[in-house]
Design a protein. Structure first.
Length: 352
């Protein structure tokens, strides 16, 4: 288990505009087209040349590429691309037909400002291990950051990925079991301006090794204007690394609703937060949240915290007949609440 001192916990809320997953192909351009794409290139310092092919009978793209990594301030990978502008989405299924050398080899759906090794970019990346991430570099020469979903194996990873750009907002969608593509909760501001590249990439994560990735059901579409549409709120609970050299974050829980105020358990194994007026707990590595029983203390808010010994949870809630929030304590696993403050409005802030 990672040390608690290595991660912060954060909660991010994102308003996503437009949820249509209709597929309208953009007309391909260029005289060296490969399927719907215009060309392919090795980006960065790649020791072994990559390639990209299209099988019209199966409508699949096969990429071979080397490259030490797509991370920090420089990338090295094989890129099959076309030029685009405006709001756009790219979706595909990705698979690795061979066992591979490094579990962190990547197949990715990319939006990239240029072919420079340190360009602004965002991608939806599937690792050989099953780890799935929205990766991004917010400015040229900056370090890469990501929002990770740590699935236990490649078999448990999403079957289909989609990356959407709307204005300066980029978001990751996926389908786990063949259901319609839906928001993952991972979104970031990435300023892709004017004309940029959209396409498929593969990185072996080993500079002397070439890996293969196969992309199927590949679709590029222009996204219509969503002016006037009501945004859909998604909240995501994340552990954020405090390592200044890499902006890594791990998605713990996401939902299409509002929740707030995460706190660490004393043993560092779980997180406590407020959702819909109830106190919830979820394992720090992800899972299904469970309600903490608080009895007559209802309509709880984000002012809560654990006692120094970790045995008690202070909560700020309303109760039947009470006009406003009061402070209670309950056992950390839930139980009958004990009223601490007699007068509303009262909110917990800290233990002595």
């Amino acid at each position: 288990m990672k040390s608690r001192s290595s991660f912060l916990v954060a909660l991010c809320s994102t308003a996503l505009l437009g949820s249509s997953t209709s597929r309208v192909l953009i007309a391909q351009t260029g005289h060296e087209s490969i399927g719907i794409f215009e060309g392919h290139s090795d980006v960065g310092a790649v020791l072994k040349q990559g390639d990209a092919t299209y099988d019209a009978s199966t409508k699949t793209y096969t990429l071979h590429g080397a490259g030490e990594n797509m991370w920090l301030t420089k990338d090295a990978f094989q890129f099959l691309w076309k030029k685009a502008s405006g709001d756009i989405a790219l979706s595909a299924k990705i698979r690795f037909p061979h066992a591979g050398t490094n579990p962190h080899r990547k197949g990715a759906l990319l939006l990239r400002q240029s072919l420079d090794t340190d360009a602004v970019y965002a991608d939806a990346a599937l690792h050989g291990s099953g780890l799935t991430a929205l990766q991004y570099r917010p400015s040229k020469g900056n370090v890469t950051g990501d929002i990770e979903f740590n699935f236990s194996s490649a078999a448990d990873a999403p079957q289909e990925l989609r990356i959407e750009k709307r204005g300066t907002s980029v978001s990751l969608l996926f389908s786990m079991h063949g259901e319609p593509l839906h928001a993952s909760g991972a979104a970031m501001t990435v300023p892709l301006t004017g004309e940029f590249y959209v396409g498929l990439g593969v990185c072996s994560h080993e500079k002397d090794v070439v890996e293969e990735a196969v992309f199927s059901d590949v679709h590029i579409e222009s996204l219509p204007s969503v002016a006037g549409e009501k945004p859909e709120l998604h909240s995501t609970l994340q552990n954020i690394s405090i390592d200044p050299s890499a902006r890594r974050s791990e998605a713990v829980y996401t939902a299409a609703t509002y929740f707030e105020a995460p706190n660490w358990s004393r043993d560092g194994k779980s997180l406590i937060f407020d959702q819909g007026g109830q106190l919830m707990t979820v394992p720090v590595n992800g899972g299904t949240p469970k309600t903490i029983e608080t009895g007559v203390a209802i309509h709880c808010n984000g002012s809560h915290g654990l006692s120094p010994d970790g045995k008690w949870l202070a909560i700020s809630c309303n109760a039947n007949g009470a006009p406003a929030s009061q402070v209670y304590i309950v056992p950390v696993d839930g139980g009958t609440p004990r009223l601490v403050t007699q007068n509303p409005s009262s909110y917990f802030h800290s233990w002595s």
